[in-house]
Design a protein. Structure first.
Length: 433
């Protein structure tokens, strides 16, 4: 490869390829440098070295060679516009900006329709009202970017990083397979994002705010929806499968409301909880229809959580307390695991109480020992386990003389019978979900 003249940029894509390699494009090899202070053109120079205004950048486009750039209108791969503020509208439709540094840039109203921004760094960029329709944003970094009111319809966002991005934008027909949308905000200040028909397969939407968003016809197969906020969300005709995750895997969140912010005080608007409950009910119905019984049960539990919080926000504390007890005892009649946990806990506490306090008086123990002609230890593990099992399932097998153990035996008999009944109720009710 020959060297470029001293007053020319000499930038190639990819940057730094060796002689003999085949570059994808010699993107800016013959573009003029703006001054002697830099060996790069205005697009590729460090923003600290030159002033990059909208007009100067537009004047630096080589229009006379556009026919050689096919299929792109302009080859600007690897451009460095970090922290550049382009206040006025700039037209960059169908340009190649692969691998460009556009982080923290202000690109409001910019036209990047059909542009190739693959691998570009757009983290923290202001892209409000930008036109990114049909743009190629594969593997692009859009973390913390502001895309409010942007047009991303038909855009290719596969494997893009959209963590903590503000996404009240148009996503109709966009491809978001494998995209990371953790903590992304889809709600904005008014109506939510238009995500109709978007492909969210394998996407991570943990903690995303999807209130008022349009998710009609979206593909959520294998998507991870952890701690997602819903409310008045259009969920018609969404596609789910057995790989779609609705619950948190972390121990911290396993035993609390997954999708809903926990109400810290009475006064949260009840219509908000009502909207949550309706959305979970819709998703549960979709899962049930598709044979995704596990997901349907999870979403039904979340619906009941929302109704409980709605009741609490209306000031009905006793009703909310009853719902909470129902959750703790049986997960609203859905979870066999919770009933089983309570049964095991009761059995272990009872057995430990009998083991520590005894289940006979010393005289009774001696009398039985003499009758059996062998030592008899009332505090032995085997004896207390046997006593606890029989007490749990029916009633104490013999009269207990130790007062603490007497009370424990009464409690275990009552609660054991109740839990066995509840287990039968859950086994019959959960199949109706």
């Amino acid at each position: 490869m020959s060297n470029s003249p001293s007053d020319r940029c000499g930038y190639t894509w990819p940057e730094g390829y060796e002689t003999g390699d085949t570059p994808r494009h010699q993107s800016c090899y013959w573009r003029e440098t703006p001054s002697e202070d830099t060996d790069r053109c205005l697009w590729h120079a460090n923003p600290d070295e030159v002033t990059k205004t909208r007009q100067a950048l537009m004047n630096d486009l080589v229009r006379e060679t556009r026919e050689q750039n096919s299929p792109y209108a302009e080859l600007l791969d690897g451009a460095n516009l970090s922290n550049v503020k382009l206040i006025d509208r700039i037209f960059l439709e169908n340009v190649a900006l692969r691998g460009s540094l556009l982080n923290n840039a202000e690109f409001r109203n910019i036209d990047l329709s059909g542009a190739n921004l693959q691998d570009a760094d757009l983290s923290g960029a202001d892209l409000r009202d930008a036109d990114l329709s049909v743009a190629d944003l594969r593997d692009a970094d859009l973390s913390e970017a502001n895309l409010q009111d942007a047009d991303l319809s038909g855009a290719d966002l596969r494997d893009a990083n959209l963590t903590e991005a503000s996404l009240r934008a148009g996503f109709s027909g966009a491809d978001l397979r494998g995209a990371d949308l953790s903590k992304a905000d889809f709600s904005g200040r008014a109506v939510g994002a238009n995500l109709s028909g978007a492909d969210f397969r394998d996407a991570i939407l943990s903690a995303a705010d999807l209130r008022k968003a349009n998710l009609s016809g979206t593909d959520l197969r294998a998507a991870v929806l952890v701690s997602v906020l819903l409310g008045n969300t259009d969920l018609s005709n969404v596609q789910l499968d057995h790989r779609t995750q609705f619950t948190s895997r972390s121990l911290r969140q396993r035993f609390k409301s997954i999708f809903l912010p926990r109400p810290r005080k009475v006064g949260v608007e009840s219509n908000t909880w009502n909207a949550h409950a309706r959305d979970f009910h819709k998703l549960a119905a979709i899962c049930s229809r598709e044979g995704l019984i596990g997901q349907a049960r999870t979403l039904t539990i979340l619906e009941r959580h929302a109704r409980r919080n709605e009741t609490l926000s209306n000031g009905n504390i006793l009703t909310a307390l009853g719902a909470w007890l129902n959750w703790q005892a049986t997960s609203y009649g859905i979870s066999v695991g919770r009933v089983s946990r309570n049964m095991l806990l009761l059995f272990l506490v009872s057995s430990l109480t009998y083991l520590l306090n005894g289940i006979r008086t010393a005289e009774e123990a001696i009398r039985i020992s003499e009758l059996m002609s062998r030592p008899f230890l009332t505090e032995s593990v085997v004896n207390t386990v046997y006593f606890s099992v029989v007490t749990f399932t029916t009633s104490p097998p013999w009269t207990v003389f130790v007062e603490v153990s007497q009370w424990m035996a009464m409690i275990e008999t009552f609660l054991g019978t109740l839990l066995i009944v509840l287990l039968g109720y859950v086994l019959g009710h959960r199949d109706q979900i």
